[in-house]
Design a protein around this ligand. Structure first.
Ligand code: ADP
Ligand code: I22
Length: 499
């Protein structure tokens, strides 16, 4: 299997016939490879700070191929702080610890020849920190967070529909939802203003890591991540400062916007062998980077399923989004690269639905006096569902609601005595994830956009054959799986292409 202790190789997650072509070094003998590496220039380090796991890849610049990759779960969810507000927070200490361990697993000799670092990560969320004391650098080798808040993630549900409707109308084509940085800051301003007094800077988790690596006292952010916070106009690439000021928003917490592909600074210290002074790009969105890694034609649609799920296609060059968002639309237009846009059905319910089911079963078993690890549960559930090719059980798995319809939570229908096995339930759950996202982005929209192929990406898809089978049933178009389907690869490829 693909698990090595608690870590896994990204390429190992794909079935053998679909494995990425990360093989250039394998075609060479060890001797040829060391000679080549000795004279070879450099590697780009691509990092993705995801909701469930962090990933690190080394991309060889001359061949533009991935030569090493690792992923590690962050196990950073905080479960005991709910206080009835439907909070979803993560511990940045655990995230940075997983990132340090993940980078530390890459070959040190290659890390010493990293020429630039690119980060992507989970969008929408917000972390607060103190400008001068956001982290401690230990032994001038790695850093740990110091004066920071928890990360309030994109899954956070504290902003009710009523609260959101009390906010000013943004000057943006993107509406604001719970879990969006600006909505969360508004929530603190109105419900717990003293909390904000402890902090001077805010950003996404990937922006925080970038700032700490570069020793910055401010936060710099790309339009990709700024758009995901809300109250940002992607045509002017500016925050809605007038609207926000009038509404009493703490403007000093807004990051400085820098174009996607730009650099934030240089590493302020040696980091796992990467020399101090290595350029670090401003962090990008994981969604855009996963698309960059695997969309090879503008007739491709990309279906990424990691913790969340996105089905997306590229809008034609020159597309300009409307001035304001269409009401309750399940499709949004997110900035990609070079003034282009992606039309996306961004579902809050992707691989996390399966993870919730696994978590629920694990908890039930514990209460009943039996224990099985999550890895074991995934394996058994997938096995059972592979033996149950179809099911008449219907699972609508929107346990987090959706941004366009937050109150539509999950439900199960058509339950009979004959469809209650684990195989039926898992099969129906996986089908439900696909039914939901294809309802958000109907087949006609894909046809109108002349989409001729679906490219599947994301490790929830790569690690779950039942989900892949349901993908293949859900679309008229042929489905292929991304060769280098991962945000960490995407951000490294982008930096390589920008050289
Ligand atoms: N052992 C496993 N077997 C199959 N699927 C898994 C396993 N562990 C996690 N997953 C799936 O992978 C998802 C997380 O994917 P990942 O790429 O790590 O997320 P992210 O990029 O959001 O951090 C989980 O929500 C779950 O559906
Ligand atoms: O909601 C959107 C875009 O609007 C998501 O696509 C965006 O990628 C967010 O980063 C995800 O929700 C989190 O990403 P992941 O950890 O599930 O990969």
């Amino acid at each position: 299997m693909f698990l090595h202790g608690s870590s896994f190789l990204i390429s190992d997650c794909l079935p053998a016939r679909k494995r990425p072509l990360l093989t250039l070094p394998c075609l060479m003998t060890v001797a040829e490879r060391s000679v080549r590496e000795a004279v070879m220039s450099a590697f780009i380090l691509g990092l993705d700070v995801g909701t469930t796991s962090v990933k690190a890849v080394l991309l060889e610049t001359d061949s533009r191929s991935v030569v090493e990759s690792h992923a590690l779960p962050t196990a950073s969810d905080i479960s005991d702080n709910n206080n009835g507000i439907n909070a979803k927070e993560q511990d940045p200490g655990r995230i940075v610890d997983a990132l340090n361990r993940c980078v530390g697993q890459l070959s040190r000799d290659k890390l010493q020849r990293v020429s630039s670092i690119g980060l992507s990560g989970q969008m929408h969320g917000v972390l607060f920190w103190k400008a001068k004391s956001g982290c401690d650098w230990l032994n001038m080798e790695f850093f740990t967070p110091r004066d920071t808040s928890q990360l309030i993630t994109w899954q956070d549900g504290r902003c009710s529909s009523q609260f959101l409707s009390s906010l000013p109308k943004p000057d943006s084509h993107l509406s604001v939802a719970s879990g969006f940085g600006c909505a969360t800051i508004f929530w603190y301003t109105r419900n717990k203003p003293e909390f904000l007094e402890d902090f001077t800077v805010a950003g996404t988790i990937q922006d925080y890591v970038t700032s700490m690596l570069c020793g910055l006292e401010e936060c710099v952010m790309t339009p990709q991540n700024a758009a995901s916070w809300g109250f940002f106009n992607t045509t002017s690439n500016q925050w809605n400062t007038n609207i926000l000021t009038e509404a009493g928003f703490p403007l000093h917490l807004l990051p400085k916007c820098v174009p996607s592909g730009g650099f934030a600074g240089k590493t302020c210290s040696n980091w796992h062998g990467i020399p101090a002074g290595t350029p670090v790009a401003v962090a990008l969105g994981d969604f855009q980077c996963s698309v960059y890694s695997c969309m090879s034609a503008n007739t491709d649609a990309v279906l990424n399923i990691s913790t969340s799920a996105q089905l997306t296609f590229a809008m034609p060059a020159g597309f300009k989004p409307p001035d304001s968002p269409p009401p309750a639309s399940s499709i949004a237009y997110f900035p990609h690269f070079n003034d282009s846009y992606l039309a996306v059905a961004a579902s809050l319910n992707g691989g996390n639905v399966m993870a919730t089911f696994v978590g629920m079963l694990g908890a039930w078993m514990k209460e009943l006096g039996a224990e099985l690890s999550d890895v074991c549960l995934y394996e058994k559930l997938i096995h059972c569902a592979l033996n149950q090719e179809t099911s008449d059980l219907r699972v609508s798995p929107t346990v987090l609601g959706e941004r366009h319809d937050p109150l539509c939570l999950g439900h199960v229908t058509n339950i009979s005595t004959a469809n209650l096995s684990l195989g039926h339930v898992t099969r129906a759950l996986c089908r439900g994830v696909l039914d939901n996202i294809t309802a958000m982005m109907p087949a006609e929209r894909l046809q109108q956009a002349a989409v001729s192929r679906i490219v599947g990406s994301g490790s929830a898809l790569a690690r779950n054959e039942v989900l892949r089978q349901e993908v293949e049933k859900a679309f008229h178009q042929p489905v292929v799986y991304g060769q280098n389907a991962d945000s960490a690869v995407g951000v490294a490829m982008l930096l390589c292409d920008l050289r």
